[in-house]
Design a protein around this ligand. Structure first.
Ligand code: S5P
Length: 248
């Protein structure tokens, strides 16, 4: 999966993942179609969709295959192995049928990885090593233990969520993980105002300098009046920063 992600990034010159946090399926699909050529990944929160039907992942899968991007379902699993296996494989969403990437909290220990693996089909797992909100409880020790857990499970875990808001910890995650894992950084905006709900924002340049492989952008793109040209701006900013840091 890591090779696949890196190949898409090179081919499309895009390390941009867009968070399509709409509450209607049609809006997510419409955005995906419009910006599909600009992104390497589309991130979904399937449980915020008010009108979900099994048709949604089918349509999204078709778009992803046609426009060559991956689907990352941001479910943030955080329960015992048995429960997450039911949440991942069953319920009404059947996430294991269609997601290329999923994520989970490491706080509950390795059982969560085993539970997800048990029902896994073709997905790869991202662990949350850090988060972006102000006042979060993720510290350096937690982040580095999360990296160690990933290294023990590298047949399934392919990367981490890392935050540019604590760059010194992110740098240690990068150093410990090496190039064998991907780091995805949310909390990205070209204009870095806050959202009034604790989200912290950094620019694409800063995130890449701090060690991110992939930038995750939500409202900066989908709330803009022209999401296509905004996605192109973020794509170019992320890609140029990546090339610049590769040459340094
Ligand atoms: O620490 C995190 C982890 C994630 S996955 N902080 C985040 O913001 N996210 C997700 O990234 C969040 O759930 C949302 O879907 C996206 C950020 O959205 P934005 O609108 O603030 O760019």
């Amino acid at each position: 999966m890591i090779a696949k992600v890196r190949a898409i990034i090179q081919e499309k010159e895009s390390n941009l993942c867009v968070a399509a946090d709409f509450t209607k399926c049609e809006k997510v699909l419409d955005l995906a179609e419009k910006i599909g050529d600009e992104i390497c990944m589309l991130k979904t929160h399937v449980d915020i969709l008010e009108d979900f039907t099994p048709d949604f992942p089918k349509k999204l899968r078709a778009l992803a295959d046609r426009q060559n991007f991956l689907i990352f379902e941001d479910r943030k699993f955080a329960d015992i192995g048995n429960t997450v296996s039911l949440q991942f494989g069953g319920g009404i969403y059947h996430i294991s049928e269609w997601a290329d990437l999923i994520n989970a909290h490491s706080i509950v220990g390795e059982g969560i990885i085993d539970g997800l693996k048990k029902v896994n089909k073709n997905s790869a797992l991202i662990l949350l090593a850090q988060m972006t909100p102000e006042g979060n409880l993720f510290d350096e020790s937690y982040a580095l233990k999360t990296v160690a857990m990933a290294q023990e499970n590298s047949d399934f875990v392919v990367g981490f969520i890392g935050s540019s808001d604590r760059p010194e910890v992110l740098a240690k995650i990068r150093a410990a993980a090496g190039e064998d894992f991907l780091i995805l950084t949310p909390g990205i905006k070209l204009s870095s105002e806050s959202d009034g709900l604790g989200q912290t924002y950094n620019t694409p340049e800063k995130a890449i300098q701090n060690g991110a492989d992939i930038i995750i952008v939500g409202r900066g793109i989908y709330e803009s009046a022209d999401p296509i040209s905004e996605a192109e701006k973020y794509r170019a900013a992320g890609w140029n920063s990546m090339r610049k840091s590769a040459n340094e």
